[in-house]
Write a protein that binds this ligand. Sequence first.
Ligand code: DOR
Ligand code: ZN
Length: 346
Amino acid sequence: MSQSLTIPRPDDWHLHLRDGAVLRAVLPETARHFGRAIIMPNLVPPVVTGKDAAAYRDRIMAALPEGITFEPLMTLYLTEETDPNDVAAAHQNGLIRAVKLYPAGATTNSASGVRDFEKVRGVLDTMAEIGLTLCVHGEVTDAEIDIFDREAVFIDRVLDPLRRATPGLRVVMEHITTSNGVDYVKAHDAGLGATITTHHLVINRNHLLVGGIRPHYYCLPVAKREEHRLALRAAATSGDARFFLGTDSAPHTDPNKESDCGCAGCFTATNTLSILAEVFEQEGALPRLAGFASKHGPAFYGLPVNTETITLTKGDPVSYPQKIDTEDGPVTVFDPQMLLHWDVSQ
Ligand code: DOR
Ligand code: ZN
């Protein structure tokens, strides 16, 4: 008899869809299984104003294959010039669900991000007043800080002071990669949550660097030591509602990954749910998958849980394509280096 698990249709609380040819190719990969996703605004140029977000949402909806339902939850990219009134208006008319903070220089297309946090004080105060979430890329960018320490240092030097200075601000620590991130979330309740990616539950820094450099495992924040991966797995599978799925599925074409200076990002949209089922089963936590993938995120964002369901069925290993073709070139699908036994059906 096959084992099966039916859960509310999941959502992805951190997703890169890009634009143009890549958007058209990767959107169906997410929309096949997910009901909604928080859409990252780090396009070139970034999605900065409400007007930008409305236009980007229209391009996403135009790229959605006929007959598929999917709701993009839009975000604005916080810059030192962001107008608090524009943010408040975009929130009030239901256009955006969050604002994204990239420290300038932290990652892909983050050059327009924040250098001087005093310059965004007005926006943060407005967001705290209106209950709008700040999604934070939590890494310092100082040259003297080791890349493997950048998340832990960010928590102490930037995040904690920022939260103290803005009482009531709702914050999601995006794609946490360390036990420091897990511990910080656990120690502070009201209005603080964290997303965890699929790939950080599977790989540590050895996967990236042992036996040859593996560009498709390079992402930011970079995967850390095994003890951190284990802390993330424990948090994700714990049932604690402050932790929820944000895949950070981040497509780059193969030439842009496999290069002298390869881009950061793991593309996991295609096989994420099969991988998560495997991980939760390994941890003896299958009954808690629905919380992590389908319930905790809506609760944090004050949205209803999706009424549709998906069913995961265990059987012979499932195969997924190694690459997704786009008109700009192939995008490699994340290889979890394990057999996946859980098939997803609607
Ligand atoms: O690995 C990453 N890729 N991390 C980020 O923060 C950005 C993302 C991207 O846009 O490619
Ligand atoms: Zn991201």
